[in-house]
Each structure stands twice: as C-alpha cells, then as structure tokens.
Design a protein around this ligand. Structure first.
Ligand code: UDX
Length: 444
C-alpha cells in the first residue's frame, strides 16, 4: 500500500516513518529545500530519540521517500495525509489554515485516482469539510473522500506513541451515501498492524474526530493548571502536593498521570490548542470558560515565575549569578516553543541577574530567543560554578543525580530553586542546601 504525507515536519515525519516501519510505502512531500535535502540524506532536522535510525532504515528499504512536489508524490497513493503546520494566526489565536488549504488545492489539481484525503494536522472543526469543498470546486469530477485522523504523539516519546498509541481516532463522512465505508476500508487497511495489537480504533464523524484532539489536549492543559494552582495553595497553607496528587491519582476517575506541578505548560500544542479551541467555542456562541481560565492561569504563571525566583533570592537579583538548568519546554526534545524558560530568563536578565545556562540539547537553539547577555555552558558544573542560586527549569534525566556535595563545592551560595520537583527536600536539607520546590514543605 502506498500513501503520501504532505509535510515533513514533526508530526508528518514521525507518522510517515512509523507507517513505513509498518511496511507501507510512504512518499513525503517537503517544500523547504534545506529540510528536504537533509531528509533525503537521512538527516533529521529535529531532536527526537530513535527517529534518525528509523528514518535511515526506511530510506534504505525505499519505503520512505522524499519529494518537493505534490504531483510527484501522490500517484498510486490510496491515502494522502495533510500534516502541514497550523501555527496560531497573527493576533487572533485561531489556527492559520493557509498551508492546509494550499495543500488541498494542489491535491485537487494533480490527483488522478481515487484517494482518501486525511488531515493529520490539528485543525479546527469543519476543516475536513472545507478541504472537500476546495477539492470539489477545483476538480468536480474527482472521486475522493476526506477523513480526519488527529495525531496524539508527544515530543520526546513520539516513536513509542506513534507505533503503540493509546487509541486511533478516525473521522469519516458518515453522512455520505456509503456512510464513508470506502474511506473506512482504506483507513482500516492502513492501520491493520495496529488492529493486530488490539489498539482501540474509533471511527467517528468528521467533526468528532476534529474536536477529539482539542478536547484531549485542553483537558490535559486544565489538569495541569489545576494542579499548579493546588501546588501554590500547598505552599501557602502547608500541604504537600506530592501526597495530594498521589491521593487524587488513586481514584481511577481522576487517574495518576499528568499531575506533576511545574513552571507552566509550554510546547507546540497546549498553548496553541487551548487558544484555538477557546476561539472556536467563542465563535460558536458556547464559550469554554474553564479552558479560558486554564490558559490565562498558565500565561500568568509563566510570567510570574521569575517573581518567585527573585523573592527566594532575597528580593534583589542585581549582579547575582543565577545558574539555569534546562531551557526546553520539557526533556528529550530540542523544542523551545512556549517554554517557561523564555519569560523567566528575560525577566531575570531585566532584573540585573547574570545568567549561566545549560541545556543538554538546546543551548544553541535557545540563543536567538533569549537575551544576548545569557552565557551558555556545556555541563552542570560549569553553569553552577560561583552561582548565587541554581534553578531547575526542565527535568532532564541527567539533572536528577546531581550531588549536593558537589553543588556546595561549586556554588557561591548553595541555594536551589527546583521548579520541577526532582530532588528530595529531606536529602537537600540534610546536605545543607537551601532548597525550594513547588508545593512541597521546605525541610529545615
Ligand atoms: C502534548 C500531548 O501530550 C500530546 O498528546 C499531543 O499530541 C501534543 O501535545 P507535548 O506537547 O509533546 O504533547 O508534551 P507533554 O508531555 O504533553 O507536555 C506538555 C507540557 O506540560 C510541558 O511543558 C510539560 O512540562 C508540562 N507537564 C506535563 C507538566 O508540567 N506536568 C505534567 O505532569 C505533564
């Protein structure tokens, strides 16, 4: 079976590679020439554990091929996935659909055989029908179906999530004469390897599939804003957020995952998707006040986190040296988008602090996004040396085994502000480190 993937970005490349790994022939279309050339050589423009080997292996077997033009990639394809970017549109928070619509138009211009046109990008409800309309207008005689197949993978765990997903959601045109059966058959064949593994695959109508992705991401975002506010409450009244989330998580209706407090959620999905669903719902006349509040609380949290750091540093950070460990929005990715590190470090520099930063992967990628005064180091020791405080912003594994004895040796003042709760407050206190985390009582 041959399919095409329009867009060799994060979602497109990972999905294409996983389909190829499952034995399909996948033609990826990438219009950025630098990216295309790199991909053809098996060079991966993103940091995603395990992806480079899989891409290389599947290029070798010819199951994964890269093209710059849609017309070269779509002949003989039974399904054509649209996985182009849907960044926030200037100013209004809606997803920018320019690239999706362009892809639809080009498919309509060049497609000669029947195919299912599948949206993988996270798109507003109504997009699949809009794509069908664009294609029908341009090429009224073409026989095709549209489907919506949102991707739920997480950066850093993308391969695992893609090859062994919790669920596959596929929206089809149930209101068509054949109830979308032809599309359903093709999508079933496409996902056959997963059916064999008993992955739940849910066929819904188009609108439900389109909304399911937003609904899931926004629910998780609300969960995080909720737990972050609870952690702040613990700091004021003396509870321990770890015990509380453990207690909550033992109730299967709540679940134990995604209850880790932090400096505020970031990344390419939650901030963008919360905003997009807020706008969709407002326009539909059914505002989603809970999501609005969760998004506002998160923006405010990221903006205010520096205030907390300044206060723990004694109220004045002018000329103080602050070591920052972790710059990406989460570990195992090089992605800096909407990372809490950005507003935090900007404010600390404005306050006169000298920032010594270390990120295991993204020192270079962070530089254009952070103030030019920030100094970058290649390991924890270099960053921590002579620092008045050390702040953990991302929970990279290599930070977890930090030795308090070394810290005391390296730092001017042994003050650790851990915004990811990766250390044991008791151990830190016993070793004579002044240690603050989120929502956990400070041990003296
Ligand atoms: C998310 C969804 O999880 C995924 O299903 C969807 O396809 C894309 O968006 P991703 O953005 O890659 O994935 O990262 P995720 O692991 O969900 O983390 C998002 C943010 O929440 C990060 O900033 C992370 O640090 C934060 N987070 C996550 C917490 O603060 N606490 C948690 O317990 C979990």
């Amino acid at each position: 079976m041959r399919i095409a993937m329009i867009g060799g970005g994060y979602v497109g490349l990972v999905s294409a590679t996983c389909f190829a790994e499952f034995g399909l022939h996948v033609n990826v279309v990438e219009t950025n020439p630098d990216r295309l050339n790199a991909l053809k050589q098996g060079e991966i423009p993103i940091y995603e554990p395990g992806l480079d080997i899989l891409v290389k292996n599947n290029i070798k077997t010819n199951r994964l091929q890269f093209f710059d033009r849609i017309e070269e990639a779509i002949p003989e394809c039974e399904a054509i996935f649209i996985a182009v970017g849907t960044p926030p549109r200037n100013g209004d928070g809606h997803a920018d659909m320019t690239y999706v619509h362009q892809a639809a138009l080009q498919i309509a211009t060049h497609l000669k055989q029947y195919a299912v046109i599948v949206t993988k990008s996270t798109v507003p409800v109504g997009t699949s029908r809009r794509i069908a309309q664009i294609i029908r207008q341009k090429n009224p005689d073409l026989e095709f179906d549209v489907a919506s197949n949102p991707e739920f993978l997480r950066e850093g765990d993308a391969i695992k999530d893609c090859m062994n997903p919790d669920r596959v959601i596929i929206g089809i045109e149930k209101d068509k004469a054949d109830h979308g059966k032809k599309a359903q058959d093709i999508m079933t064949r496409l996902y056959q390897p997963l059916f064999q593994r008993e992955t739940p695959i849910l066929f819904t109508n188009l609108e439900s599939a389109e909304l399911a992705k937003y609904a899931s991401n926004c629910f998780l975002a609300m969960k995080l804003s909720y737990v972050n506010e609870l952690a702040d409450l613990c700091d004021q009244v003396g509870g321990n957020i770890e015990d509380i989330t453990k207690a909550m998580g033992l109730d299967p209706r709540i679940g134990k995952y995604f209850l880790q407090p932090g400096p505020g959620f970031g990344g390419s999905c939650f901030p963008k998707d919360t905003l997009a669903l807020i706008r969709i719902a407002q326009e539909a006349g059914t505002p989603t006040r809970m999501i609005e509040t969760a998004a506002q609380a998160n923006d405010a949290r990221k903006a205010n986190m520096s205030g907390r750091i300044i206060q723990l540093c004694g109220g004045n950070i002018n000329n103080k040296t602050i070591a920052i460990l972790g710059l990406t929005f989460k570990p195992n990715t090089d992605d800096m988008r909407e990372s809490a590190s950005l507003p935090i470090i900007h404010r600390l520099v404005e306050g006169g602090a000298i920032i010594k930063a270390f990120d295991p992967i993204s020192n270079e990628k962070a530089q254009p996004l952070l103030p030019k005064e920030v100094q970058y180091y290649n390991n924890i020791e270099e960053a921590a040396t002579n620092a008045d405080a050390l702040v953990i912003l991302t929970e990279w594994n290599e930070f977890r085994s930090l030795s308090p004895i070394n810290l005391k040796k390296w730092m001017k003042k042994a003050l650790v502000i851990d915004l990811r709760n990766i250390y044991d407050p008791k151990i830190m206190a016993n070793e004579g480190i002044e240690y603050y985390s989120i929502g956990r009582p400070q041990k003296k």
